[in-house]
Write a protein that binds this ligand. Structure first.
Ligand code: FES
Ligand SMILES: [Fe+2]
Length: 353
């Protein structure tokens, strides 16, 4: 499978870099990330050019990584800055690949391809993660043994909620919802309006809704190469999301391929009420982890097993239902972007000959 390379992948939650370093495989490339003394994040190929051991088995020495085998040391640009048992001429030959990383909205965004083409304006916004005046958030990570696009399909087709997570929508009926899908550049929007939604007594009292019958939204924004913002909110009939009393719970679902058949699923959930209630934050995190790892995750993993070694879902000639519109659009857009990138790379290679 060809991965899109000139794009921003989420490499992790920024808070993970309180560790000395983090090593993670992204699109089949093993990459080690660490934070330098000036706060900037460095990302290097996690493979020493001498005997190919992971640099992450070594240690941090200031703003560099020292290989744990024979001590070659590399700075955040990938340059070899020390070759302890050799002469200096080896240092120039020992460079390793460095990746461009941007820290934004508490996430680490990694540009996998040509650093000269990295365009920070294409990083999608997840403002709720950094707007701590309005939102509090929990976050986590799940490893799913399935192709990344199968998980995106799951998130773009919320009709599964009624069957896979019946406890979430007790008392609500899918026929009370309207769904519209549209494309805007690198985004696919799956807009879901909930005309009537039943909230239980506990939530009604907690938010202060006038009735247990409210209205709301569950808008999903999917962005190349597979990052989703799901803007779930509820409010009393006759009001709107922007008025006081609305319950606003944005969620981030950030899907980064590890390999063709496995995915790093970074997730986060925000809320605009009871901001200081840490017990509620911990409870939401535990619930999200339980849902992803015991409901959606196993379903996607079983789907992958049944599909076998081919991950091109449309090649299997699936039955396409109305609710699949956004997932199909996202797949087509990814395919188009990969074809464009392959054509661009081939043209560059031909020009260089
Ligand atoms: S393997 Fe890294 S210095 Fe030898
Ligand atoms: Fe789900």
């Amino acid at each position: 499978m060809t991965f899109l390379r000139n794009t921003w992948y989420v490499a992790g939650h920024a808070q993970e870099l309180s560790e000395e370093m983090v090593s993670r495989k992204i699109c089949n490339e093993q990459i080690v990330l660490f934070r330098k003394a000036d706060g900037q994040v460095a990302a290097l190929e996690d493979r020493c050019p001498h005997r190919f051991v992971p640099l992450s088995m070594g240690k941090r020495v200031g703003d560099s990584l020292q290989c744990g085998y024979h001590g070659l040391r590399f700075d955040g640009t990938g340059a070899c800055v020390e070759a302890p048992n050799d002469n200096d001429s080896q240092k120039a030959r020992a460079c390793i690949k460095a990746y461009r990383v941007v820290e934004r909205d508490t996430l680490l965004w990694l540009w996998l391809g040509d650093a000269a083409l990295a365009d920070e304006s294409r990083i999608p916004a997840f403002e709720f993660l950094s707007n701590t005046d309005k939102f509090t958030s929990c976050r986590g990570y799940s490893h799913i043994k399935a192709n990344q696009q199968l998980i995106a399909d799951n998130l773009l087709d919320l009709s599964h909620i009624h069957y896979l997570h019946p406890h979430i929508h007790q008392g609500s009926n899918f026929s009370d919802f309207t769904n519209k899908v549209r494309r805007d550049g690198d985004n696919i929007w799956s807009m879901l309006w909930r005309h009537h939604y039943h909230v239980d007594d506990q939530r009604k009292a907690m938010i202060g809704f006038a009735s247990s019958d409210v209205e709301g939204q569950g808008h999903a924004r999917w962005t190349v190469p597979g990052v989703l913002l799901v803007q779930t909110a509820f409010w009393d009939h006759g009001k709107s999301i922007d008025e006081p009393g609305a319950m606003d719970t944005p969620n981030a679902h950030l899907l980064t391929p590890e390999t063709e058949y496995s995915t790093h699923y970074f997730w986060a959930s925000g809320r605009n009420f009871m901001l200081d209630n840490e017990e509620m934050t911990a409870g939401t995190a535990a619930m999200m982890k339980m849902v992803f790892e015991t409901q959606d995750g196993p379903m996607c993993e079983a789907q992958q097993v049944n599909m076998g070694l081919s991950t091109d879902f449309l090649d299997h000639r699936p039955l396409i239902l109305q609710a699949d519109a956004a997932g199909v659009m996202a797949r087509r857009l990814m395919k188009q972007r990969i074809q464009e990138e392959t054509a661009y790379d081939s043209a560059g290679a031909a020009a260089a000959e």
